[in-house]
Design a protein around this ligand. Sequence first.
Ligand code: SAH
Length: 492
Amino acid sequence: MTVYLVGAGPGDPGLMTARALELIAAADVIVYDRLIPAGALDVAREDAQLLYAGKEGGGPSVSQEEIDALLIEHGRAGRSVVRLKGGDPFVFGRGGEEAEALRAAGISFEVVPGVTAGVAAPAYAGIPVTHRDAASAVAFVTGHEDPAKPESALDWRALAAFPGTLVVYMGVRRLATIAEQLIAGGRDSAQPAAVIERGTFTRQRVVTATLGSVAASAEEQGIRAPAIAVFGEVAALRERLRWFEDRPLSGVSVAVTRARAQASGLASRLRSLGAEVVEAPAIRISPLETQLPDVRSYDLVCLTSPNGARLLLQRMTDAGLDARSLSGARIAAIGPGTAAALREHGLIADVVPERFVAEGLIEALADVPVTRALVARAAESRDVLPDALRERGAEVDVVALYETVAEPLSDAQLAALGHADYVTFTSSSTVRFLFEAIAGRVALGARLVSIGPVTSETLRAQGHEPDVEAVRHDIDGVVDALVADVAAVALG
Ligand code: SAH
């Protein structure tokens, strides 16, 4: 029976530690705060109990005593309990108090440090909290208490004289008083200062000013919690070191419509370029129980999607066969994603066309002799490929291994779609099912990105002209086209 006091980092899901993810995935019970990264609980077990213990934000709040009691109760019951807190659990997170309560109750605990907002938010703003030339010390300060109150536990005069960077947590409303106190204590009002709102989140905002003007600037910009204030020479380094807002897709929200199981690759590439990803999986892959023909009887096996490749090999395994059963056939993959799915099973495609559409595959197969071909694919695929092979005199069997079905979208997903700057379509079925799911319930203001000509045609058939069509008809191509369009729109 262990309770883990776990830091979830400042907001960017990529800043969660490996240990945090491992414990979340194994936990029976997770007691979490409001300020945790989006998707932090996605890896939790289906049957894990998720308990919200948010204390901020106006709504009904859970008291510290109740949280302590909850941790003790579940810890005592022998469950694996993760107490998930924003940033680092021991930095202004009351983690110390929770550890004391657990120790007093005789419950064992472990602490998993997290990336604290006071270091991470400045870093994402291009502000190193220490610097050889500008600051050899840094102090983490809570701005929660009213500095004007005589009983304040903080000695603001001493802090004013502190020879280094001051990083103030929780101080948005107190910013003006804090700055006044620091100036009264002898800090130069011309000293650089910065306030970082929602640091490390895609919507991070930064205000830079001087100690004397920062409160007014923050107010003018409407800066709200959560925010961190940085006072010291290092704040000026942002001018030279900013990077977060300058990534190719910073500030751009992009909807991903492909099936949840396939979305992660595209979503993580978009995120790493700075995009805010709206997850709107409009489709789901539903395997079909179709009869698998004898795969050993073909001299050509065509796979027209990664799903098709994976499912064919899965079905072969189920039938007690392995890759050797395909040794007599040439293997054709429609594109690099499909070829990669084959490689996972030790198969290297003999034919991968330059254009990743059925027409491209037909061209690439022009000189390949075929007598008996198997086309393994989705139920709803076009017949271009089997028709062309038959025209060449081949005997062609088509096996539909799966169908693509609609995945309903929640109101929250629909609302997020309405605000997206781009919607990406990676197949015709994403087009059909997304517009079916929307059914006029939100107006898309987004630019529409299509993976290739077939998907573009489906968009047009739905009355939407694609704004961007990928030159390379795969996921990398979609990302490249999107980045180019963002740059072009910014210039234009
Ligand atoms: N344990 C946390 C701090 C909790 S106190 C940590 O180590 O980061 C909550 C305060 O942290 C907020 O009021 C705000 O000042 C700061 N904070 C937390 N996340 C933040 C973020 N993403 N950007 C800016 N400030 C943040």
